[in-house]
Ligand binder design. Structure first.
Ligand code: PNS
Length: 161
């Protein structure tokens, strides 16, 4: 059985992430979405809300589990006996950071292989940061995020008015 982890901030999960996840779930026996709890990167959406939104989005994917973790991704992978780490690759701008991370992770834990899945071209420009910025300034991001995330961002916008 091949267990893959798909780590990230998911602040919030987008249709680009969902596209990668759905394809990963067909390639591997089980995929764990692993949401990083404490990072240097300050997250906008509280962890519990991010997890809740992801759970709702993934209810139709029977081999996908949702979890959160602290510390190094490789330590989490070891603890779970995962041998594959999934990352989405959108454009050349992702390449340098992703390659650095994959090589560092493989140096720290050589049993872990990073598998890059390219996102559908229509989601190439989609990032959680650009989604948040557009949504909070009133832009229509309904085509770029799952419906529950869209409604969540609408509510956030109302609350911050
Ligand atoms: O969605 P993101 O923010 O691009 O995900 C980045 C993430 C969480 C995968 C990365 O920051 C990470 O693995 N953090 C955990 C700490 C760690 O293992 N760092 C060493 C990787 S080189």
């Amino acid at each position: 059985m091949t267990l893959a982890i798909y780590p990230g901030s998911f602040d919030p999960i987008t249709k680009g992430h969902m596209d990668v996840l759905q394809r990963a779930s067909k390639l591997f026996d089980k995929v764990i979405i692993a949401v990083l709890k404490n990072s240097n990167k300050k997250c906008f959406i509280p962890l519990e809300d991010r997890l809740h939104l992801i759970r709702e989005c993934c209810s139709h994917l029977s081999n996908v589990e949702i979890d959160s973790f602290n510390g190094l991704t490789v330590d989490y992978a070891k603890q779970k006996n995962a041998t594959v780490l999934i990352r989405g690759m959108r454009a050349i701008t992702d390449f340098e950071y992703e390659m650095q991370m994959a090589q560092m992770n493989n140096t720290l834990y050589s049993e872990l292989e990073t598998v890059f899945l390219t996102t559908k071209p229509k989601y190439n420009f989609v990032s959680s940061s650009i989604i948040k910025e557009a949504a909070l300034l009133g832009g229509d991001v309904s085509r770029l995020v799952p419906e529950n995330v869209y409604n969540y961002l609408l509510n956030l916008k109302k609350e911050t008015k």
